[in-house]
Structure formats: C-alpha cells, structure tokens
Design a protein around this ligand. Structure first.
Ligand SMILES: Nc1ncnc2c1ncn2[C@@H]1O[C@H](COP(=O)(O)OP(=O)(O)OP(=O)(O)O)[C@@H](O)[C@H]1O
Length: 900
C-alpha cells in the first residue's frame, strides 16, 4: 500500500512538474512571438487553449516565418488585419479552408528550415487535450532558436527540451567556470590534494543536486529568481543546501562531516535549522542531518536507558530469586504444618470413632422419603451435612414452628439405596470380624421402612434394600478372605405378629407353632433356636429366601399404605468363621423391619386390622420404654414387656453394634408423627450400649477350655456318688440342688441363675446373658453349670477354676488342683496374647477404664451407686416362656405417649 501511495504521489509530482514546464515554455514562445511579430492579444502566460486559438488562423505563424525567411509563405490569406498604430491583430474567425491554407504553408516553410513541425489537425480539434500545444510550442521555440542563431546572439539561454532537462555538460561547464577549481592543480601539496578532491566531489554533488533540485522548481520560481525576488532565492538556496547535504552525507567519509556542515551552512537559512521546514510549494521538507543527529542522541539516551534497565532487571532477578527461596522455605513450613494438621484431623476422627465405639452409642440415621402428595406443605426445612435436620410445623410457618434434630446422618428424599448402604457398610462388615450387629428401621407407617430394608415391591436389583445388599457384601467379603478364614452364613427370618413369633421360612407360617425366644445364649447360641435356619451360599439363595419370607409376611392395605406391614420382620444372618489358626468367629446380624407406628383413626382400620394395629402400637410403645430406660441408665430395663424388646434385648442393651434408621414422611399432615419419630430417634441416639464385644476365640483358649472340660470330667468321676457333679457331662447343663432363696453376695457369670427367682425381675442385659454362680456363707453353690459357648473373658475362666477349686475341697486329687492352677495361668497368658492387635488395642484399654461405669460388669458385680431393683438371682432369662413371668409394671403412661 505504501509503495502504491508513494508511486501515485510520485506520478502526481511528475505530472505537475511537466505541466509547469509546459507553461514555462508556452510563456517563452508567447513572449518571443510578441517581441517578434507584435502583441498577440492574449495574456503573457496563456493557457493551452488561449495559445492555440491565437495561432489557429495561421496568420501570426506565417508572418513570423516570413520575417525570418522572407517569402517563405508567399501568399498569406489575411482576413484579419494588423493595426499598425495599435500593433494588434483583428481575430476574425476564418473559414476552415483558409486557415488550413495558412497553416499548411507555414509548416512547409518550417520543414524547409529543418525545424520541428506539428500536425495541422491540432487546430481542427474542438476538444483540446492536455499537451496539444506542446509541439506548436516546440516549433515556435525552434524558430526562436533559429532566429537567434541566425542573428548570432551571444546571450543564449539554455534551451530546455520538452523533457524538461537542461543538458548537464552545459551546467557543469558553467559551474566549473564560476568556481575555477582546476587552476594550478599540479602545484598543490597532498593535503591540498585532499581538499581539492573534496571540492571536486562537492562540485559534482552540487551539480547533481542542482539537476535534481531543478525538478522541484517551477517556472515561476526561476523567473522570480531572475527578477531578483529574495524569497525565491532563499527558497532555492535552501533546496540546494538540503540536497547537497543529502548527497554529501553518503559520499563523504565521517571526518569530512564538519567540513560539509560548514559548506552546507552557507546555504542554509535560519529557517532550515529545524529538521522540518516548509518549501516554497508548502511541502514539508526534512533536514536529514539534523534528524540523524537527533536520532543519534536518542539512540545514546536509549542505550543508557537500556543499560540502566538491564542493571535494574538484574537486581530484580536477584530479588526475585531471593523471594522465591524465601517462599520455598515458607511453603515447606506450611506443607509440614498442613501434614501435621491432616494427621491431627485423622487422629481426631479415629479417636472420636473410638470414643463412639467405646460409648457404644446407638447410631441413628434419619431417612426422608420423597413427598408423594403436593396438596400439603413439605415439613422438611433444612437437611445438614452434619446430620442436622430442621422441620417446620405447617401450622406455625414462622420461627416458633421450627424444630431442630441432630443425628449421625440424614438422608434426603433423593438419597439412593446405594448411598444409604454405603454408610452402613462398615458396620455390617464388622459382623465378619465377630461383632453382633443390629439394624432396625423405625417410623410411621408408609414412611419407607420396608423400602430401606427390602426395597420396593418387585424391585429391580439396583433398588434392592439393605437386607440384600448386606448379604451380598458379606459374600464378597467371605470370598476375599477365603484364604484366611472359612465362613459359613446361615439365615433365619421371623416375624412378630400380634405378639407371636412366627417363622417366615417354613412352608406356611400360620400353621407353624409359635416360636419361643431365649433371651440368653442357648445351647446353639441362638435366641430363636426353633426357627428354621438356612445356609446360604450365594446372593441368589438369599433372594429366594427373602422372596418367600416376604410372601409369608403379614401385609395388608391401610388408608396410609396399601402394602402396609402388619408385623415386625427380623432377618438374622448367622456368621460362623474358622481361621487358619483354628480360631473361631460366631456373630450375627439382625436386620429388623418394624411395623409402622400409626394412629388408628388415620389408618382407618377396623376388626382384625384394629387388633393388629393395637399390637403393633403396644410393642412399639414397649420399645420406647426400653429406649427411655436405657437412655436414663435405669437399673431396670423392661425388655420382657414385649416380644419385640425381648428379641432385641441383646442388640439394644447388650454388646452389639446397633444402628437405627428413623423414617419420616415429609407431608404436612404427618407432622405430628414425624416429630414423634424424630424425638424417639434422638432419644435412642443417647443410649450407651458399651463397647461391642468381639466373639472371637483363639485356638489356645479353645484347647485350654477343652482341657478344663476333661479335668472336670475326671473330677466328676472321682467325686463321691452323692455329688450331683457325678452326673456332669461335658457341655451339658446339670441341674443342682436349688439354692435357698437368699440374696446373692457375689455373681459368677459362668453359671445360670437358680430357677426360683422372682419372675417379674429382669436382669440387666449382660448379666442376663451370663451364667451365674452364687456364693453364700463362704460356700459356693453351683446351681446350673453351663459351659459357655463363646467365653472370652479370663474372668470367667478364673471363676471356672474357682468352682473347680471349691469342688476340689471335697475331692482328694491334689494333682488335678495343681493342673487346674497351671491351666488357669496359661489361659490368662493366652488371653493376653489373643487381645485384638492395633485397632482394638486402645479401645480395649479405654474399655477397661470405662468398665466400672458400665451397667453390666463382666465380673458380674453390679455398680454400687445404682442398686438394682430386681433380685439378681431372681431372674433366669432362659426361663421357659410357658412360665409366663409377670412383667414388671410398665413405665408411666406419660413416658409411653412420648414415643407415640
Ligand atoms: N426413599 C424412597 N424413595 C422412593 N420411594 C419410597 C421411598 N421410601 C418409601 N417409598 C415408597 O413409599 C411407599 C411406602 O413405603 P414402605 O412400604 O416402605 O413404607 P413402610 O414404612 O414400610 O410402611 P408400613 O409401616 O406400613 O409397612 C412405597 O410405595 C415405597 O416404594
């Protein structure tokens, strides 16, 4: 673009210069003609049109040539007349043929003089083009030249050609003549030679620049110069000096710059001292030397700026490096602190979980089912990540109507079965490590209990509930640990319907007789020994069993749920494991789907349905009483008031890990039941169960137990026949003479309590599950000796040995006594070794610290600060249900209504 622009500018300059040249030459031609043949009647500087019109009739031209060469045009057609007085011509229009005649004759005459001619047709054209007059002007000026030459005129002005160039040679000669530089050249010294060379080059440059500068001049300027106009002279000298400088700049070596300056200085006017100045034509011209100097100065400044910036930059770099080093060390410190912080957080979490485990709190999760109806307000106001839940009373939609509850976790309506299970999984997995676990779903009818535990009816695999997912996970774990432990899984499924326990895995549960609950460990370690037990090897087995169990379950339609469970269903998974070292694991997982708490008026049930509802409400009310008693740490816990609480006794007050899912409906018309459920759940979360017990025995303990059995057998054989121990068979309960009904002073957890206890009293959970030995007046009475299935406590072993020692007093076998002592010592040692390693370690030690505060002591001695109401020896939890022990009076009705 720049190239095109400069080219266009150059073309424009050239054209204007040519136009100026042409005007100048026209002026010369007109001037000469006027001086030669008289006034032409046109301006001194005529335009092309004027000039051509003036010469069109050929009269002036013919007269001029006739003056130069008389008779050249013998017959001139004179229509116009020359006024001799006024020296002017009449310019009358001629007929075409006449002025053609004149012009033709003129051209012939000029040709005869060997001078340049033009075409006569130039005068014929009406539309005159630019440059039409050029050849006529050339012809006239040639005539002028011819005349001057003929007259021998010495005052000859250089003739410019139509290309506008003055011949160089002429100019050089003139300049040489003026400067006279060649004189005495041979006589000059070397330094003079240099100066001479410089002068020559200056002259040459001057000549060149004059030629070039001439192109920038127009006729007016030159004529002004000729007329002695000072402005024009100044302008001309300025142009010359600039051009000269330019030339010298490139031709001379740097040492000569000053000289050049001196020379050029003489040409320069004061105006030219600025780098830019205006030429006569108003164009801006540049003083290159000055610009160069200025640029040089700027460059120097830039150089110094550059070096200072460089130094500054280096300093900054250094500073940056130092800063980076400092930052690095700071980041290191920070990362160390962060690591430490993470460690502390991790430790805190571990310790918190440990404390929770030691306290054995019932974990409580809340699950909110999606709202099915849009006609009522949603009561769920806020669900916190930290387990907080705020519900809003739809009748008091302001601050007062808000109630805050805190749980271990709250699952919102969008929570999936997998999410719910993921949080439960670690707890469920601990079954495989030997812990008893109980998960039960509580809530108003239709709030989603069955959905959580079993999944919706006809659920696809992804919607299946905790029951299925748990068993599936247990199978996975069993497969993973196959090389270390061999597991066997057994399943029982029962329901409590109208206060009767029914087996759901027999053909027809209605036809089967009701099952008895053994609240203490029975011979096979089951609380429902009569319920059918199915070994399961795969999830398919589990699914089949669960399906048939669901079919057998009592379900009917109510106004609140068309598939309402009318019973509490309990799926129990028994885990038997044997590790490679011969150790055993026996634990169980209870998965309980409770029947829904409901208001009879709301569920609109009548007849059998009403009876079912009353039973359901009663058992749930009993569950509430148990929870209240446990949370208040009462010495008396009313487990026996319902089949449900009796069955869950070990899970609620024993040594299991227990998790409760509190289900709520979000609809506004369920607000009362929702709050009641949430209060119940919150109360349950305060219940401390104590640390869960690990049902694991090492091989050494088992062998030692076996030895004890053998020794006992031997002792029995040596016993006199009067002793009931004579009839003792290993592992079988032996009835002894019933002890007198005296208050026991000490409890032994090994032996069962005597049968003649108060039927109303219920022993605290742990003691109830332990066998007791009673001591009166320094004598031990072994009432019922049952060898524990899963004794893990060294205290129990000690007690066992103590029994044997008592017996020994009546026996004469000193040798056996000694052996028993040794075995006792060995067993204590092996128990120490059998302590769970890193994870259980701290919890065990903490458990020992917390032991005195636990409701149930493994030593069997009750904490003194809370005297028990019931007689310790008065209750045999394994007492046959047929004895129909009277339940203690229920808690105050006010406490019951709390949970309903
Ligand atoms: N989280 C949930 N997501 C989707 N649907 C749910 C959810 N919870 C419950 N439901 C649906 O709500 C209905 C009632 O649920 P469900 O039968 O599990 O209640 P319930 O508490 O067991 O009632 P009941 O005590 O009367 O047996 C069912 O149709 C169930 O599929």
């Amino acid at each position: 673009m720049e190239v095109i622009a400069s080219r266009t500018g150059h073309d424009y300059n050239l054209a204007s210069r040519k136009a100026q040249e042409a005007a100048w030459r026209r002026f010369q031609a007109t001037e000469w003609l006027e001086s030669f043949v008289g006034s032409l009647g046109i301006s001194k500087q005529p335009s092309e049109k004027e000039f051509i019109s003036c010469l069109r009739n050929g009269l002036i031209l013919c007269n001029a040539i006739n003056k130069i060469q008389p008779g050249s045009v013998p017959k001139v057609v004179e229509i116009t007349r020359f006024h001799s007085q006024s020296h002017t011509w009449d310019s009358q229009p001629l007929p075409a043929y006449q002025f053609f005649e004149n012009v033709r004759n003129f051209l012939k005459a000029v040709e005869g003089l060997n001078l340049p001619v033009f075409e006569a047709s130039v005068f014929e054209r009406d539309n005159m083009e630019a440059g039409s007059s050029t050849k006529i002007v050339d012809c006239v000026l040639a005539l002028k030249d011819y005349t001057e030459r003929k007259n021998g005129s010495s005052k000859r002005t250089p003739l410019m050609h139509s290309n506008g160039r003055i011949p160089r040679s002429g100019l050089n000669l003139d300049i040489n003549r003026q400067l006279d530089l060649s004189a005495n050249r041979e006589k000059q010294s070397p330094s003079q030679n240099d100066a001479q060379k410089l002068e020559e080059s200056i002259v040459k440059a001057l000549a060149d620049c004059m030629i070039d500068a001439k192109e920038n001049l127009d006729g007016n300027l030159l004529s002004s110069i000729r007329n002695g106009n000072m402005d024009s002279i100044k302008s001309f000298s300025r142009i010359l000096s600039n051009t000269l400088e330019e030339q010298l700049q490139f031709k001379l070596n740097p040492n000569m710059k000053d000289l050049t300056k001196e020379i050029s200085g003489s040409f320069m006017s004061s105006e030219a001292s600025s780098p830019l100045f205006k030429t006569r034509n108003g164009k801006m011209k540049c003083n290159h030397l000055q610009v160069f100097r200025e640029q040089e100065n700027k460059l120097l400044k830039l150089k110094s700026l550059y070096s200072s910036t460089k130094t500054e930059f280096a300093n900054l770099q250094l500073q940056l490096q130092n800063d980076l080093k400092q930052m690095e060390s700071q980041v290191e410190v920070l990362s160390m602190a962060a690591n430490g912080y993470h460690k502390v957080v991790k430790e805190n979490r571990t310790l918190y979980n440990m404390v929770q485990d030691l306290k054995g709190n019932i974990r409580v999760y809340c699950r909110i089912r999606p709202a099915f109806r849009t006609d009522t307000k949603n009561v769920i106001d806020y669900i916190g990540e930290d387990g907080s839940l705020v519900v809003l009373d739809p009748l008091k939609p302001h601050k007062d109507g808000k109630k805050l509850f805190q749980f271990n976790r709250v699952f919102g309506p969008t929570a999936t079965q997998e999410e719910v299970f993921a949080d439960t999984q670690p707890l469920i997995r601990s079954v495989m490590d030997g812990y008893n676990v109980c998960i039960f779903a509580y809530g108003q009818t239709g709030s989603g209990k069955t959905h959580t535990m079993c999944g919706p009816s006809g659920a696809s695999r992804k919607d299946l509930g905790i029951n299925y997912l748990a068993l599936n996970d247990l199978f996975d774990l069993s497969n993973t640990r196959e090389d270390v432990v061999k597991y066997e899984l057994y399943v029982q499924m029962v329901e409590i319907y109208n206060e009767q326990v029914r087996d759901l895995l027999t053909g027809d549960p209605t036809t089967t007789s009701k099952l008895e609950i053994r609240s203490c460990t029975s011979e096979n370690g089951l609380s429902l020994p009569d319920a059918t037990m199915h070994q399961v090897n795969s999830t398919a087995d589990v699914l089949n069993l669960m399906k048939s169990g669901q079919v057998n379950r009592a379900v009917s339609s109510t106004a609140l749920n068309n598939q309402s469970s009318r019973s509490h269903s309990i799926l129990t998974v028994h885990v038997h494991g044997k590790d490679v070292n011969g150790g055993t694991i026996r634990s169980c997982l209870h998965l309980v789907d409770l029947a829904g708490s409901e208001r009879v008026d709301k569920s609109e049930v009548t007849g059998d349905g009403l009876k079912e509802a009353q039973y359901i409400n009663k058992s749930l009310s009993c569950l509430g009483d148990v929870i209240t008693a446990l949370s208040q740490k009462n010495s008396y816990i009313p487990y026996r008031n319902s089949k449900l609480t009796l069955l869950l006794q070990n899970s609620l007050g024993g040594n299991a890990k227990t998790l409760m899912f509190a289900h709520v409906s979000p609809e506004g018309d369920s607000f009362g039941e929702t709050v009641s459920t949430l209060k119940f759940a919150q109360r349950a979360s305060t219940v401390e169960l104590g640390a869960a017990r690990l049902n694991k025995e090492s091989r050494e303990v088992m062998e030692l137990k076996e030895q004890v059995e053998n020794l006992k057998r031997q002792l029995a054989e040596k016993e006199p026949p009067r002793s009931p121990l004579q009839k003792l068979k290993p592992g079988i309960t032996v009835e002894r003479t019933p002890p007198p009904p005296v208050r026991p002073r000490r409890l032994s957890i090994e032996n069962k309590c005597p049968p003649q206890k108060s039927p109303n009293a219920v022993a605290p959970p742990n003691s109830a599950s332990k066998n007791r030995a009673l001591k009166t007046d320094g004598k031990t009475r072994v009432s019922t000796l049952v060898l524990p299935k899963t004794p893990e406590s060294k205290v129990s072993i000690r007690n066992e040995i103590a029994i044997s020692t008592e017996i020994k007093a009546k026996s004469s076998s000193h040798h056996i006594k000694k052996s028993l002592r040794t075995i006792g010592k060995l067993m204590i040692g092996s128990d120490k070794r059998a302590q769970p390693k890193p994870i259980e370690g701290p919890s065990q030690s903490l458990a020992i610290v917390s032991r005195p505060s636990r409701r149930l002591s493994l030593t069997g001695i009750q904490p003194l600060e809370k005297p028990r109401r019931s007689s310790i020896g008065g209750v045999d939890p394994c007492v046959d249900e047929s004895r129909n022990a009277k339940t203690p009076p229920p808690l105050k009705s006010s406490s019951k209504t709390k949970w309903m």
